[in-house]
Design a protein around this ligand. Sequence first.
Ligand code: C2E
Ligand code: MG
Ligand code: MG
Length: 469
Amino acid sequence: MDHGKSREDIINAPPQMENQGKEELYLYSLRKMAETKYDKNLSPVTDLLNLRSFFYLCGEMIREKPDQKYGVIVMDITQFKAVNEFCGRKEGDRLLVFIADCFRHYEKNRPDTYACHIRADNFCLCTAYEEEEELSDIALEIKEKIDHFPFAYRVLPSFGICASREIGPAVSYLKDCATTAMQSIKGKFFASYAFFDDSMRRQMLREKQIENDIVSALENGELVPYIQPKVNMRTGRIIGGEALVRWEHPGKGLISPGEFLPVLEKNGFIIKVDEYVWEQIYRYLKKLSSDGRRLLPISINVSRMHAYDRNLCDTLLRLSREYGIEARYTPLELTESAFLADEEGMYLEMSLLRGKGFTVAMDDFGTGYSTMTMLKTQPVDEVKMDRAFIMDLGNEKSRIILEYTINMLQALDTKIIIEGVETEEQKEFLIGCGCESAQGFLFYRPMPLKEFDALLLRQEEADRAIRET
Ligand code: C2E
Ligand code: MG
Ligand code: MG
């Protein structure tokens, strides 16, 4: 840190109010905050800068020397929570202090460098550099030190690096980019660092675009529920359906949920999208009912984000009441890992909803963790087995796993439906195992409501014809 002023100097410098533009005012308010509570600008555990003062000081540094190249390195420990649980909080703190010292080393010894303890196990460093290699060398050196730290638990740090190409970059942007790079390798044993690259830049732009467009998409009715019929494989009859959202984008055509839901899960907007889809389904069921048609259950997906939404129960009950549709006609599908997100909260919500007549299916069964224990403890009526179970039935071990899983679920008296049936062989094998309900391209793909409705109508007419003969 030798760019003229120490961090104390900068924080204590008198504010210059003349000719201030927006940026100066912003920096002035940051400086004011820094002046009033300097203590609060350091992390309590490690005494490194916290994020606010880090941004401020790096901003000043870059303004003073805008022509240098700057890079940001962020670091996170995989499963730090487990470190605390396994070794105790005190030991966890000892590790954090050690890591902080590794970062501090560069603050002290490299020119134009600041280190920051963002929170918990997140650290970052902003430094001027000549060659990108210097940045990856720092990451590897820190990793090496952590690897040799005497500690009862094997600690796995991941680093993300953003080497700025522009003049006078915004540190917060560099940090976001470095974080994106880090997330691309988090938890992977073979990779300890990743640079933010062009494909990540494009992905970040795509995500920003989705965030910008989604609000108007919802208002303009561009989000539409498709329905994929569920069938009884033995009889071929449609026994219900699942609502799957699609984005009918005016410029880009049909966008599948895999592309935009993960972004909405990050910013919480998924809650609004889910409620919109649910309401469309209730409206459809009400129309069926008022036309005197037979109702079939249409499952709705409940995002894991609802684990934190305390209105979930009220919203669903309100819809059921407003549209006069019994809860059993809209079974809830919750992805397996949602039960883990906030175990206790989800357990309570699901128990409440079951008490009100909703049924609960555990979606994507077999893809997450703790599945077996969850079957014992969680309030679940049905299990939707993931297509991964049937993708490799040529392999004898896969067949054994599938057969025994079905047996186990049957013994637990849990209803089973299997997802992603694509071939006759899969269908025959499943029927042989005693599993009859399925959803898959072999039978039907997800389709617009209108098409689903026409399909149901044909089934109803065929039933009527049989009854009349
Ligand atoms: P999911 O709930 O497990 O839905 C099943 C997914 O498997 C659907 O993908 C469906 O099109 C696909 N699928 C069905 N049969 C086959 C098959 O035979 N082969 C293959 N390869 N795929 C098949 P989709 O529509 O792209 O949805 C993906 C995921 O997005 C869903 O997985 C669900 O988790 C989520 N999703 C969709 N709509 C909503 C929604 O309205 N709200 C929420 N929260 N999540 C939704
Ligand atoms: Mg589902
Ligand atoms: Mg699924």
